[in-house]
Design a protein around this ligand. Sequence first.
Ligand code: SF4
Ligand code: SF4
Length: 156
Amino acid sequence: MDQRPTSRTCGPCRGCCLPWAVPEVGKLTATWCSKSKPGRGCTIYATRPQACRKYACLWLNGKGEESDRPDLLGVLMDVEDFTFGDREIGILHLWELDSGSADKPRVRAIVNANLRGGIVVCVHCPRDLQSYTRKFILSPEHFTLEEADHLDEEYA
Ligand code: SF4
Ligand code: SF4
């Protein structure tokens, strides 16, 4: 995604208030935080736990369009560097906030652009109330079939 000048703030977004557990506020994995409200974001923003303060998604870091804000797009994205065998790779993590949102044309376009650039995409979809499924997508132009088979177990 393109990098935009960033004066962005979380505002009413609560995209990162679903995927992970935040024990300080009794939040479980894949469950909306009770401190978040649709259209209002985090209701304890000024005093939110350290883990929440430290996190910044790609959009907050200035990537993509204004309309890609996670609560609007239905998808939260961040990136991770990972050592895969003797290679250093980048992984774009994509967390569905609404079921099926990873299939939106805008999200597909972002995924395809990253795959073309040799970035691995990991799509996380809610499975049940407290867990996500995980699926890696690798471009055959940049990775062998054997690498595609091994990434999931190596990442674990
Ligand atoms: S998903 Fe990004 S913009 Fe939204 S609340 Fe979290 S860090 Fe802020
Ligand atoms: S404390 Fe606030 S920022 Fe942290 S998960 Fe809950 S609503 Fe989101």
